[in-house]
Design a protein around this ligand. Structure first.
Ligand SMILES: [Zn+2]
Length: 462
């Protein structure tokens, strides 16, 4: 085989961009919604289709992995580059979030191009993510006849329900996952001009806070001011957690000053925040207090009240209530653990309660670990070179304010390997909401970056 020229491969990928978009559009017509059992057959149908396409493309062993009581995962590999070349695992997911009840302005399961964006559920999360690799791999095979390194693909069918069986798949099919370097492609770029490398996630912990004081509801005119009111006690307790800006006011994390300065490069301007979060006219982002918005979003804990049992207007009456609860959702800063947070909440919320009202704090299921990763070594230098060729600048290290269970899992199982987390989402993507979209310019650059990335990684020592 003559020496492959990655510039020619990238040019070819660019020339066949419309065919790639058509393939993506085709996948997006199948409503592979993993959270809805009524769509389990669609998840299976899409998995079969992708496996067949990968086989036709020249991947060996393209197959649908199926464990009992789980949705399928697609696996495929092409290991023709030989034992001297590293093996790259590419992870993506094929399943979608539901669209029920969302006010879409286009058909959610019909890819619709408007301006420079393609609209459809899953366009960027995550069909566009892994299809950007499919397009790059296809171009290598068409131009050079072979891939510059060994490649394995894992396309999961249950990411949007929290990857409940991914570890079972890792245990049952270890050879499908074994690799020297991994690209996990389900993350965001800070803008359509700046490619992002995700290096941290916040974790999630939920608690039920309950206050009880009297055996039954009692007339507020007869007993108010004399015995504890569980509703106001609950409000007073949760206030202990907040600073004057209404942020979670405790357990602030140290961040290195150089990280903080670099975080000012993240284009989270007031305008981007205003648009992204759909702020009402006259409403401002919370004061910065000497920290960039990216730090508040990615590196510091946060609290939200998910629900309360405080009476709704239709259940209003002039009474002290017997019992009141609220569900608190806490985003754990990278490095923070559930146990640390629980100990802090117990110390803060259970002591010195007015009138000794009974307060209980119960952890709820559904927690997720935080994750903090230090990218170092030649794989990341290789990635920076590839991205500089395609995007004109290296990857900017970013975080995710939410939790992605599969990332924490890969981190736990394969954290010794270089884990390159990126993707094709941007701040206007609107993943999981109405009018989800993919920026076609960013998609095009993502494909080119993948073309160059394979060549750069191929040169690494095994
Ligand atoms: Zn996703």
């Amino acid at each position: 085989m003559s020496r492959p020229d990655s510039a020619a491969v990238a040019a070819h990928a660019d020339a066949r961009f419309d065919a790639t978009v058509a393939r993506l559009a085709d996948y997006l017509t199948i409503p592979a919604i993993s959270s809805d059992p009524a769509h389990a057959a669609d998840v299976a149908r899409l998995a079969d289709k992708i496996a067949a396409d990968l086989g036709a493309l020249g991947f060996s062993n393209a197959r649908v992995l199926q464990l009992p009581d789980a949705l399928p995962t697609v696996a495929a590999e092409r290991l023709n580059a030989g034992p001297d070349r590293p093996t790259l695992l590419i992870y993506g997911h094929l399943d979608l979030q539901p669209v029920k009840g969302e006010p879409w302005s286009t058909e959610p399961h019909v890819a619709t191009i408007k301006g420079d964006r393609l609209y459809a559920r899953g366009a960027a999360d995550d069909m566009g993510g892994w299809v950007s690799h499919l397009a790059a791999l296809e171009s290598w095979l068409e131009v050079a006849g072979e891939l510059p390194l060994n490649v394995k693909l894992i396309i999961e069918g249950e990411e949007e329900i929290g990857s409940p069986n991914l570890e079972r798949y890792m245990d049952a099919f270890p050879e499908a996952f074994a690799a020297d370097v991994m690209v996990l492609t389900d993350c965001e770029n800070p803008s359509t001009e700046i490619p992002g490398l995700t290096v941290s996630l916040r974790g999630l912990a939920e608690f039920e806070l309950t206050v009880e004081a009297i055996a039954a509801d009692a007339h507020s005119g007869l007993w108010g001011n004399v015995v504890p009111d569980v509703s106001t006690t609950l409000v007073k307790l949760v206030n202990r957690l907040l600073d004057d800006d209404t942020r979670f006011g405790h357990l602030r994390q140290e961040v290195p000053e150089d990280w903080r300065q670099a975080a000012y490069d993240v284009p989270l301007t007031p305008e981007v925040i205003r648009k992204g979060a759909r702020l009402l006219d006259g409403v401002e982002p919370l004061p910065a207090r000497g920290r960039p918005p990216a730090e508040w979003l990615w590196r510091q804990p946060a609290v939200t009240i998910l629900s309360t049992t405080l009476p709704t207007p239709d259940r209003q009456k002039n009474a002290l209530r017997a019992k009141a609860s609220m569900t608190l959702s806490i985003r754990l800063a990278p490095g923070q653990t559930h146990a640390q947070m629980q100990a802090f909440l117990e110390e803060t919320l259970l002591a010195d309660v007015p009138g000794h009202a009974r307060v209980t704090l119960k952890a709820r299921p559904g927690s997720a670990s935080s994750w903090l990763y230090t990218p170092r070594g030649p794989a990341f230098e290789a990635a920076d070179r590839a991205y500089t060729k395609a995007w004109g600048r290296p990857l900017l290290q970013i975080g995710v304010g939410g939790s992605i269970p599969f990332v924490a899992l890969f981190g736990r199982r394969y954290g010794d390997l270089p884990l390159i987390l990126n993707g094709v989402m941007d701040p206007e993507t609107g993943a999981h909401g109405p009018d989800e979209s993919l920026h076609l310019g960013a998609f095009r650059k993502a494909i080119a970056a993948n073309v160059f990335l394979y060549e750069e990684l191929a040169a690494l020592p095994r």
